[in-house]
Write a protein that binds this ligand. Structure first.
Ligand code: FES
Ligand SMILES: [Fe+2]
Length: 363
């Protein structure tokens, strides 16, 4: 793993929040930082890919991109979840191309090699004259898979730390009696955003921009009671409601929980509804954000449609500002800024975790 040549020890120092500067702009702009993020961060952390409800039966699958790698998770014949690189051992073709679905076996979409759901190579058409070829040497390459509260995670590397339990420590107790595994998958909506993934995450992690960027959301949330708490690997933005009861924005004794789990996972929990956001880096100046919607009740189609429409409106507002910010970060004018102690503890926490990840990947 090669750190960017411009990454100095000095930039990795962690100052207390009131004195800290934001991370340098080239971390959002330069291609070598994008490559370093993929290896030092995404190649070494648990990554959310979906929910067990999408993987209920043998042959059900979900796909994802993890650190740029195509991945598939499938329920095998014994009922276990298996994760593989979605990469055929012949010449690199994909077994599945949809975000999720169902298969009887994993068949490569290029020349038709077939793999069992345990990853072993089964069928190899028109290959009888190839010498020194043993099918047992050409199974799909596996990776680790684990679940928490019904959410399914994979991980590319073999390291123990941090464990999935450490990443989400305390969340289940905090959101009780809600249990995420009891919710049902409704729909995925994917957005392409012309900004670095870190600019998108920074924006998520503060309510400071709410009054100017999201005036309508401010009417539903009690922004004066908006709080940010940080934990070892995740943070929580927490808000009461104004009691309008619009959509899933509930009443006086209820609350919205906006969890961020390092490095790119967001769990937006309203009463009866979970929306996960997965921020996938694409290039230095592009990311893709997957919104997966889960509800306790899928029967009221109109209510669900209204929730998706309102979330889409808020997301378009965020996209617009994030794309402008990316231009600003790319400009000659900007290198590093400062944090509001009251409003940006979550951004600071994320950037500290990022620096620690960079540091641990330095030679
Ligand atoms: S690449 Fe998969 S069968 Fe050829
Ligand atoms: Fe926002």
């Amino acid at each position: 793993m090669t750190p960017p040549v411009t990454l100095t020890d000095d930039a990795l120092l962690i100052a207390p929040l009131p004195r800290a500067e934001t991370i340098p702009s080239r971390w959002y702009v330069d291609a070598d930082y994008h490559a370093f993020d993929q290896e030092a961060v995404f190649g070494r952390m648990w990554q959310l890919v979906g929910h067990v409800g999408q993987l209920a039966k043998t042959g059900d699958y979900v796909t994802a991109k993890v650190a740029g790698n195509p991945v598939v998770v499938v329920r095998d014949k014994t009922g276990d979840l298996r994760a593989f690189y979605n990469v055929c051992r012949h010449r690199g073709g994909p077994m599945v191309t949809a975000p999720c679905g169902h298969v009887n076996m994993l068949q490569c979409q290029y020349h038709g090699w077939t793999y069992r759901l345990d990853g072993s190579l089964r069928g190899v058409p028109r290959f009888k004259y190839t010498e020194l070829f043993d099918k047992r040497d050409y199974g799909l390459v596996p990776l680790r898979v684990a679940t928490w509260q019904g959410l399914v995670f994979v991980r590319l590397d073999d390291a123990e730390e941090p464990t999935l339990d450490e990443l989400v420590d305390g969340i289940a107790a905090r959101i009780a009696p809600w249990r995420l595994e009891a919710l049902r998958f409704y729909r995925r909506v994917t957005y392409d955003v012309a900004c670095n993934w870190k600019a998108y995450v920074d924006n998520y992690l503060e309510g400071y921009h709410l009054p100017l960027v999201h005036p309508e959301l401010c009417e539903r949330l009690d922004v004066r009671g908006y709080t940010t708490e940080t934990f070892r690997w995740h943070s929580l933005q927490h808000s009461g409601f104004r009691g309008t009861g619009d959509g899933y924005y509930g009443g006086d004794n209820e609350a919205a929980y906006y969890y961020f789990v390092f490095p790119n996972i967001m769990l937006n929990i309203l009463p009866g509804r979970l929306q996960t956001n997965i921020v996938e880096p694409v290039t230095a100046d592009r990311c893709r954000v997957h919104f997966d919607y889960y509800y306790d009740d899928l029967s009221d189609e109109q209510r669900l449609a209204e929730d998706l429409a309102f979330s889409d409106k808020v997301q378009q507002e965020d996209i617009e500002i994030c794309e402008h910010v990316q231009e600003g970060l790319t400009s000659r004018a900007y290198d590093r800024g400062r944090f509001s102690v009251q409003e940006e503890a979550g951004v600071y926490h994320f950037q500290c975790l990022l620096k620690a990840a960079y540091r641990s990947a330095m030679p």
